[in-house]
Design a protein around this ligand. Structure first.
Ligand code: AMP
Ligand code: ZN
Length: 465
């Protein structure tokens, strides 16, 4: 089977057919490590995880790269007033009284920890923008030689009027840009949508991070890093590029313009954009005080896997609204799933054959533009089905290649002897009608993290999660 994915470029759901047979080359824009990544950012990272896992489920090899932005992303870059404002990294360093290096290493480490806790598939490499300065300068030089650049007081810019396809992805025209801009664009720019490839360090001051270039001391613009790293690590043409919906209009449009102008080839076949996670029906943002992190969730005793489950409850092209209640519901469902899986009387080496029927239903769901809500419901149908337990276990392990809940560690779970003995004693009391003693034992077992469920003529002990 093959993955059908919505392509923002063509505005259609299309089958992914990689340029190289059997190998998909994919890139995802990663975090800017000036602060904690919030659960909105992680919705987008979870999308790239679902795509990679789905492709692997289909038998593809996936060459996957994600970057770490540690320079050049300006405060204005996401808001339609690109190339203005301050470098987020430099700003964060002065706010926290640390060096940029310390800021980068602290927030990168935190990001990696969260990434692992959410069981997101690691890319082949996390490429760090500052490790690719030479490649970025080379790319700018190529663009200059081809006549796509011009230099003004504060930097070297890309001349968007030279790229005939500019605005194809974003739907932007010069008119809409003028109307949408929140600040006057730099008057020296030839067109408002032109963007910085290299920015000069401000006169008479030093930045934490600056480099020599043929044009003067400075630092790369934000967009150029992604193209340069993709060229180096994956080649001039890739199959899928992933990012949040906010990047479509400026960042990704600019990546396309500079990459295709340099190479003369189509840059990415597919553009996949994740719709924003909202909070209480509105925007999630640091200034709104609702940009929750995974740490915030964990401090309220939510499991990282519950957030993973929560992401799957909505389709990535629809807004998903975060509330504590919705997260609580996701966690309850996940725990019920864990309980069911750990209660199967099957050991790891005695699992049965997978149910082709359920695997196919699941595969159809994920291949249908990453329909995770459907994939979850297929999983529940399987759990509730009357298939034999060993078949269920084998199939669940297969589905977990995409779900990533870690069923593996639950299979063949042994109820501790002490708990089993108590449950048996309770059953004896119950049989002869000594209810108070039976109830007392049930409560004791409950305190130990297990529950006893009675069912026609017998009982079952389950671990609670
Ligand atoms: P940044 O750290 O700002 O570079 O963003 C990292 C990624 O998170 C980018 O792909 C953004 O588009 C994405 N992103 C930012 N906010 C949200 C949100 N509320 N929901 C989903 N994705 C987001
Ligand atoms: Zn990018």
């Amino acid at each position: 089977m093959a993955l059908s994915l919505y392509n923002s470029l063509t505005k259609q759901v299309q089958e992914v057919q990689p340029l190289d047979l059997g190998v998909v080359r994919m890139y995802a824009c990663g975090p800017t490590v000036y602060s904690y990544a919030h659960i909105g950012n992680f919705r987008t990272f979870a999308l790239s995880d679902f795509i990679v896992r789905t492709l692997k489920f289909n038998g593809y090899q996936v060459k996957f790269i994600m970057n770490i932005t540690d320079v050049g992303h300006l405060t204005g870059d996401n808001q339609g007033d690109a190339d203005t404002g301050e470098d987020r990294l430099e700003l964060s360093a002065s706010r926290e009284g640390k060096s940029v290096k310390d800021i980068v290493s602290f927030y990168t480490k935190q990001f990696m920890t969260d990434y692992e806790k959410l069981n997101l598939i690691k890319p082949e490499k996390f490429t760090q923008a500052t490790q690719y300065i030479k490649e970025q300068i080379d790319l700018i030089r190529r663009l200059k030689e081809k006549g796509y650049t011009y230099q003004i007081e504060d930097g070297v810019y890309f001349d968007t009027s030279k790229f005939k396809d500019y605005g194809h992805l974003s739907g932007f025209t010069e008119e809409t840009i003028k109307e949408g801009a929140r600040v006057e664009p730099n008057p020296q720019k030839k067109h408002p949508v032109d963007f910085a490839l290299w920015k000069f360090s401000p006169p008479y001051s030093t930045r934490w991070q600056e480099w020599e270039s043929p044009w003067g001391i400075g630092y790369p613009g934000w967009h150029v890093e992604c193209s340069a790293m993709i060229f180096k690590e994956l080649g001039e043409q890739i199959d899928i590029h992933v990012g949040g919906e906010d990047h479509k209009t400026i960042h990704h449009q600019n990546e396309i313009a500079q990459s295709e102008s340099a190479s003369g080839k189509k840059f990415s076949q597919f553009w996949a954009h994740c719709t924003f996670l909202q909070v209480d029906g509105g925007k999630m943002g640091k200034s709104e005080g609702n940009a929750y992190t995974l740490l915030d969730l964990e401090s309220k005793r939510y499991l990282p896997a519950a957030l993973r489950y929560f992401y799957m409850t909505g389709h990535y092209r629809k807004p998903l609204n975060f509330t504590w209640e919705a997260l609580g519901n996701a966690q309850n469902s996940l725990k019920r799933l864990f309980e069911a899986v750990s209660a199967y009387n099957v050991s790891k080496d005695s699992t049965g054959r997978v149910s082709d029927d359920y695997v196919q239903k699941f595969e159809r769901s994920i291949n249908d533009d990453i329909n995770m809500p459907k994939a979850l419901s297929v999983t529940w149908d399987l759990v509730k089905s009357d298939l034999q337990e060993d078949v269920k276990v084998a199939t669940l392990l297969k589905l977990d290649e995409v779900l990533g809940f870690g069923f593996d560690s639950l299979i063949g779970f042994e109820i501790p002897k002490e708990v089993g003995d108590l449950a048996r004693t309770r059953w004896e009391y119950k049989k002869v009608g000594i209810w108070d003693k039976a109830d007392f034992i049930r409560r004791e077992v409950d305190k130990m993290g297990f529950s006893i469920e009675d069912s026609d003529g017998g009982y079952k002990v389950k671990k609670r999660f």
